[in-house]
Design a protein around this ligand. Structure first.
Ligand code: VGL
Ligand code: ZN
Length: 199
């Protein structure tokens, strides 16, 4: 699969807590792993940037029910739930963005996060600019929250966005939420790719 030279892959929140068995499991969230792996390997083989985002909450995060938020505790730092799903092989050259680490601020979009462990903590936008990226391929969890927010921010910042349709899954707190999220992205100019139409 050859991808454009100024493209990057962004894999959103493919973490244990968002997969079956996790505290905020996305139904069939782990089913996307073979698809995501195919893209990760193709981008890496082409020398194109691969970026993983992670929800990275403190134990008292504002989005948790005990603090009046909408979610059960999830992706708490230094718990197994915050780790990437063990089924995904991550290339050593991949970039890692963490988000949601301020106790009082929720952050669904990878563009609200920053590069982990960097002496100079770049935002995702700064990282993409430094890599001359113009087009962002997006996969991961969850379609109706962090995938939607990340892809929408990318569009608003002027990136071309390609959503990997069979590489995303949603929570669907209300039925149809994921479909609505994808329709919204389409209306904002996102393109879609799936197994049937891959280059
Ligand atoms: C997410 C709910 C809460 C996500 C993160 O990654 O989509 N959803 N925190
Ligand atoms: Zn979260």
């Amino acid at each position: 699969m050859p991808f454009p030279s100024q493209s990057a892959l962004v894999v959103v929140d493919l973490q244990n807590d968002f997969c079956p068995g996790g505290s905020l499991a996305v139904p069939d969230g782990d089913q996307i792993i073979p698809v995501v792996q195919e893209y990760v390997d193709s981008f890496a083989a082409q020398g194109l940037p691969v970026i993983f985002t992670r929800d990275f909450h403190p134990g008292n995060h504002v989005s948790f029910a005990q603090q009046g938020g909408p979610w059960p505790p999830h992706c708490v730092q230094e718990t197994p739930g915050v780790d990437y799903h063990p089924g995904i092989r991550i290339p050593p050259e991949a970039y890692h963005i963490i988000k949601g680490f301020h106790p009082d601020i929720d952050a669904y979009s990878g563009f609200e996060g920053e590069l982990k462990d960097a002496a100079n903590p770049l935002t995702l936008d700064q990282l993409l600019r430094s890599l001359s990226v113009r087009e962002v391929y997006v996969a991961g969890l969850a379609t109706d929250y962090c995938v939607h927010a990340t892809a929408l921010d990318a569009l608003k910042l002027g990136y071309r966005v390609v959503v990997i349709e069979d590489g995303v899954r949603g929570v669907n707190v209300n039925s149809g939420d994921s479909l609505k999220a994808l329709q919204d992205l389409r209306q904002h100019g996102a393109q879609f790719i799936s197994a049937a139409v891959r280059p």
